[in-house]
Design a protein. Structure first.
Length: 154
């Protein structure tokens, strides 16, 4: 490539629409994490120059993708109005960042639970008596469970 389509300018863009690409490209890595190709229409607000609307395609995790109205960093070619979404520093949608953060939080939660004294309620326990009663009722209705004495209750 000779650089005719090089994205030389930066700016912010607001997501107008985002849809799963009709070409349906989905990639799954060796750990089972997938990304899918999305068609994105953006209102681009350059750091210098007049705003414009453009369409681009980008791979996002189907579990973490921008919504209409979200702001994203972009790079673009002002002459051709071609846009590329720049997620390098965006922890909301960059899997390299949010997966590390998810792993860090899980590790902190596990260490906190392990350091608690025996008999400490699990993080999922609540102090809301009505909620506890509702959860217990739902658990009883979902099928037989073992009682405190080890017998199956109905």
């Amino acid at each position: 490539m000779l650089g005719f389509n090089r994205k030389t300018q930066t700016g912010r863009a607001k997501v107008v629409t985002i849809q799963l690409s009709r070409h349906g490209l989905t990639h799954t890595d060796s750990r089972g994490r997938s990304t899918s190709r999305f068609d994105v229409v953006l209102d681009v607000y350059p750091d210098v120059g007049d705003p414009f609307r453009a369409e681009t395609h980008h791979q996002f995790s189907p579990l973490r993708l921008p919504s209409e109205g979200d702001e994203l960093a972009v790079k673009f070619n002002p002459g051709k109005k071609t846009v590329e979404i720049d997620l390098d520093d965006d922890a909301r949608f960059n899997p390299r960042i949010f997966r590390k953060e998810n792993d860090r939080r899980a590790k902190e939660d596990r260490e906190r639970v392990l350091s608690d004294a025996p008999g400490t309620p699990s993080p999922g326990d609540t102090d809301d008596r009505e909620l506890d009663e509702l959860l217990e009722l739902e658990a009883r209705e979902s099928g037989p469970k073992f009682g405190p004495d080890g017998e199956v209750r109905d």
